[in-house]
Design a protein around this ligand. Structure first.
Ligand SMILES: Cc1ncc(COP(=O)(O)O)c(C=O)c1O
Length: 434
């Protein structure tokens, strides 16, 4: 197998470097192991193509949204039809009514819905709703969980070491961008994941202050780290008892773990749900949905492009495709093929690893053989150097994984043939880098 050349990407980078802040449009476009991003030309199905003519089997999938793969015909058709009718009216359409009802029908917590354009904004709105409804101020969030890039969200989303996180009983509020206000974390309380006793004691100590708890029910953005189901159940019961709004950030898990997200999968219904990424198959679109009583608490919902017709058409088409019989079973089958093949190769090459999948989210780590309990455990036990070497080497043979934060994705366009080729590459890569 030949390794790829990236001559043109490198050359184009020289221009980007001069004119684009941070060299990329989003910090996630940059990888730690190469000084320039690969410049892409187009994608189709499970594949992406770059300016040097290289083809990649893509497991990054635009950081998650492309659940139907790249340029899916059904979605393109709906969006093209809408393009002819107009892209933005600042008024509802008949499709707004259809989509809203569809979300209410499939997402267990959704009784009322509002629209936004990104997960960041939608989570900010969820914070505001929790505060307005309860009349309280503080939001509990978990170490290592990412909910967006705003001042209040981007706190303790990452750490280089457990020491940097500080004491477990009172973790540090780590800001991760220059320009974040020093007091960004004033009303945010950070707790470790999968530890109900910590939540209970924090709530007792701040009895009248906690408006909401925000969580990724499956901690996907670092790890991923699976929840203990009992833990989720206990938090659900406890937040009800204490009048705390439980927010599920299903920006990643929504439409991927199941059609009804992680809440449908576990049978645990939060008060408020945030959806983005996969809901519109690659168009910027986000939803905050929840119980009528909470959603109707008087918060105004602003935003020029909220519920715009293109995003609405894309979301309706994506959900329509995902609702087809057998779609999630087929995703499971393809993901199983990957996981089994991957674990067999780890065994063959004597590489310590853990691998599983939750619907179309693929999870693997190197360095340990079980799911870590929390972010600290993950930081301490993961072999991140090996992960990075692995991702780099796979990319050179045309298989594109995301590095470090751990979760990979498949789409409805990924085939068993893609998995077979991917496993052939992984076999070569393990031999080369181990
Ligand atoms: C779990 C989670 N929540 C929220 C966000 C923010 O969404 P967006 O990038 O659309 O603002 C992300 C983005 O990666 C995410 O992974």
């Amino acid at each position: 197998m030949e390794k790829y050349q990236l001559k043109h990407s490198k050359k184009l980078y020289e221009t980007l470097h001069e004119t684009l802040v941070g060299d990329v449009a989003s910090s996630f476009h940059k990888v730690p192991y190469r000084e320039f991003p690969i410049v892409m030309t187009h994608g189709k199905g499970s594949k992406l193509y770059d300016v040097d003519g290289n083809e990649y089997i893509d497991y990054i999938l635009g950081l998650g949204p492309m659940v139907l793969g790249h340029a899916p015909s059904a979605l393109n058709k709906s969006v093209e039809d809408q393009l002819k009718k107009g892209t933005h009216f600042s008024a509802p359409t008949v499709d707004t009514i259809h989509l809203t009802q569809k979300i209410i029908d499939i997402i267990p917590s959704a009784e009322m819905v509002c629209y936004q354009n990104s997960g960041t904004e939608a989570n900010m709105l969820a914070f505001r709703i929790a505060r307005a409804y309860t009349g309280k101020k503080k939001i509990i969030k978990f170490e290592g969980q990412y909910h967006g890039w705003s001042d209040e969200e981007k706190i303790t989303i990452d750490a280089k070491s457990v020491e940097e996180l500080g004491p477990r009983e009172n973790p540090n509020k780590i800001l991760s961008s220059k320009g974040q206000k020093d007091d960004s974390g004033k009303d945010i309380i950070i707790v470790p994941w999968n530890d109900f006793d910590r939540i209970e004691s924090i709530v007792k100590a701040n009895e009248n202050d906690i408006a909401g708890i925000i969580m990724e029910p499956i901690m996907c953005d670092s790890g991923p780290i699976l929840p203990k189901v009992e833990y989720l159940k206990k938090i659900r019961a406890f937040t009800k008892e204490k009048n705390i709004v439980l927010i599920f950030d299903e920006v990643i898990t929504g439409f991927r773990v199941s059609l009804s997200g992680a809440q449908g999968y576990y049978g645990i219904t939060p008060d408020v749900t945030v959806l983005a990424k996969a809901i519109a198959g690659g168009y910027p679109f986000a939803v905050v949905a929840g119980k009528k009583e909470i959603m109707n608490c008087g918060v105004t919902v602003s935003g020029t492009f909220n519920g715009n017709p293109l995003g609405t058409a894309a979301a309706l088409a994506t959900i329509h495709e995902l609702e087809r019989p057998g779609v999630y079973e087929r995703l499971d089958e393809v993901a199983d093929l990957f996981i089994n093949g991957f674990l067999n190769l780890c065994k063959k090459h004597k590489i310590k690893a853990f691998a599983t999948h939750m619907g179309s989210i693929i999870i693997f780590y190197f360095g340990y053989e079980k799911s870590p309990n929390d972010f600290r455990d993950w930081l301490e036990t993961g072999d991140f150097n090996f992960y990075e070497k692995f991702v780099k080497a796979c990319e050179e043979y045309g298989v594109r994984f995301t590095s470090r934060r751990g979760r990979q994705y498949i789409s409805t366009a990924h085939t068993k043939e893609d998995i077979k080729r991917t496993l052939e590459v992984i076999d070569i890569v393990f031999r080369e880098i181990k």
